[in-house]
Each structure stands twice: as C-alpha cells, then as structure tokens.
Write a protein that binds this ligand. Structure first.
Ligand code: HEM
Length: 302
C-alpha cells in the first residue's frame, strides 16, 4: 500500500503533456466560442468530430503563421500549398459552424440557454464573414496562451508538492470532492490561494514573454538615453520596439522602484500576492503585465 505516491511516480513513464494541453485549450476555447454545437455532426467515429477536423487544419495553418510572423513585413516570402489548403479548410469549417449557430439562434433566446460567445456575436453582427474572422482572431489569441499557461502550471506544481496539497484542500473546501462538478464564478473568486498561484505562474512564466510595437509617430521613451541611461531616448516614427515581459517580471530592481521584485524576483513565491492590492498596483506601474495593458489589453485576461 502506497503512502505518499512516490512509488507510483517512479512506475509511470514520462509523458510530454504539451500537445495534450494545447489540444485541451483549443477544445475549451472552441466550446466557449461555439458551444457544444461544434460537434453536432459527430458520428460514432471519434476522428469525425468537428473539433478534431478543425484542430488538424488550425494546427497546420498555425505552424505556417508562426514562421511568417517572424519575418514581419516580409511574411509573404513564406508560403505554400499546404498553408493555403489548411487556411481554406479551417475557414470552411468555421463557416459551417457559424451557419449551424445561426440556425440554433433562431430556435432559442439567449436568456434560457448557456452562454455561447458566437451567438452573442451573431446578435450584434449578422455578417458571417466578419463573425468568422472574429472567431479566428479569438482562437489564435486564446489557444496557445491558455495552453502554455496550463503547461507552466503543471511545471510549477511539480516543483511545489506542498502547494499541490494546499490548493487541493482549498478546492475541496469550496466545492467538495465531486470531480464532475464545475465551480461557479463566485466559488472560483473565493479560491484565494489558487488565484495567487496562477498570478505567480503568470509572473514567472508569462505565456507571451516578448512582444513588440511600432511607433506610429516620432516619440520618446522617458529614460534609457545619455551616458548613464537616465536621459530620454528618441524613437523615430516607424521604429519597431521589442520589450520583454519575462525580464520585467523577474527584475531585481529595488522594491522601492516601480514595485519591482527585489532579491526574491527569481523565487516562486505565492505569498508575494498576499496583499490583495499588490496585483492591481503592479499592473498600474507595469511591473506585472502578463495580459499587457491599455487599449489593446487581452480580452481573455479576466
Ligand atoms: C493565459 C492566457 C492568456 C494570456 C497570457 C494572454 C495574453 C495576451 C497578451 C499579452 C495580449 C496583447 C498582445 C499584443 O497586443 O501585442 C493579448 C491580446 C489578446 N488576447 Fe489574450 N491572453 C490569454 C488568453 C486569451 C483568451 C482565452 C482569449 C479569448 C478567447 C484572448 C483574447 C485576446 C484578444 C482578442 C487579444 C487582442 C486584443 C486587441 O488587440 O485589442 N486571450 N493576450
């Protein structure tokens, strides 16, 4: 009889969970956007499910997009039949799902059914082409980010066994042991340790670790210029500026400077979020910005 689970761990071969978690993330995002109707045509054959067919095309197209994105304005140099075919098939599948949702929408009122983002969009914007592009945009923005956060969550948990027990207890206290029960929004917001854990995972391992902006006008950065770096820096119009959320989140600059993290910056420590206002403060001074901020802030950050 095992007492602490160590024996079990030694017997289990290593598994690469990345693909499974990305797949899960695609399914959850699709379900949120399309509702369960996405699989309305499912047959007995698992391979024939809408989500499976869509995931295959989406993954192929996304591999190409990731390479094209790196070339910035020269993205068009990377192209191919496989890419075009996957884009067209993915678009076709979304069109199919949009049509189905339009039919479903005629049959019911929003207040009586579970929330389906696509139906909500359809109520405001009846043009199926715009809806399809919005859907793709949300999926591109939400799939990898959420999937990689899940990967880092597993990584962080594997290094913090005590935390696993603490979080498990908090969840059990809130919703009991019934694994099929989904917590409500109110129950989730009461899980303080879980929130701190996710905040710390997003700090240490932000799913968007680097990002960039191009200046639309000539402007300046407040510091970084001059011999000692304290003078402003000129940014001419059209300059591409890259910045690293990862580096800022691990900055050891003194804690009195813009809420940075001090000597404990590289330590995984959920207690740093004990003060409920610390996250808000750090978002205001930009020392914590996993979802960025301002007008283009992530829509999925909540
Ligand atoms: C852990 C999960 C996520 C992280 C860390 C994350 C992070 C980010 C970041 C850093 C940006 C800004 C990108 C930029 O402007 O350069 C962004 C934008 C965006 N995110 Fe997320 N995201 C997450 C999940 C999601 C989800 C689940 C959705 C929707 C289903 C979503 C929808 C969007 C959209 C639509 C934008 C573009 C907003 C705009 O440009 O106006 N995100 N996200």
């Amino acid at each position: 009889m095992q007492t602490d689970g160590t024996e079990v761990l030694h017997e289990v071969p290593a598994v690469n969970i990345k693909e499974h978690l990305l797949d899960l993330s695609l399914r959850l995002t699709t379900e949120f956007l399309l509702g369960e109707e996405a699989d309305a045509t499912a047959t007995a054959w698992e391979e024939d499910r809408w989500t499976n067919r869509f995931a295959e095309q989406f993954n192929t197209a996304f591999r190409w997009i990731a390479k094209r994105e790196r070339l910035k304005s020269f993205y068009w140099m990377i192209d191919g039949f496989e890419f075009r075919r996957a884009c067209s098939a993915a678009r076709g599948l979304v069109d199919e799902a949009v049509c189905r949702s339009m039919e479903a929408l005629k049959m019911r009122t929003a207040s009586t059914e579970t929330y389906v983002a696509l139906e909500s969009l359809l109520r405001q914007e009846p043009d199926p082409d715009i809806i399809r592009d919005q859907f793709m945009n949300l999926l591109l923005a939400g799939r990898d980010t959420s999937g990689y956060l899940l990967c880092w969550i597993f990584y962080a948990l594997s290094r913090e066994p005590d935390l696993v027990l603490t979080l498990r207890k908090e969840i059990e206290d809130a919703i009991g042991l019934d694994e099929s029960r989904t917590p409500t929004k109110i129950e989730l917001s009461a899980m303080v340790k879980l929130d701190q854990f996710i905040s710390e995972t997003l700090r240490m391992f932000p799913p968007v670790p680097i990002d960039c902006r191009t200046s639309m006008e000539a402007t300046s950065l407040p510091q970084g210029g001059g011999a000692d770096g304290s003078a402003p820096v000129l940014i001419p119009k059209g300059t591409l500026i890259a910045f690293s959320t990862f580096a800022v989140h691990r900055s050891v600059a003194s804690t009195s400077q813009c809420g940075m993290y001090g000597e404990s910056a590289s330590k995984f420590c959920i207690e740093r979020w004990n003060d409920v206002r610390s996250k808000e403060r750090r978002m205001v001074d930009w020392s914590y910005h996993p979802f960025l901020g301002g007008p283009r802030k992530c829509l999925g950050g909540e």
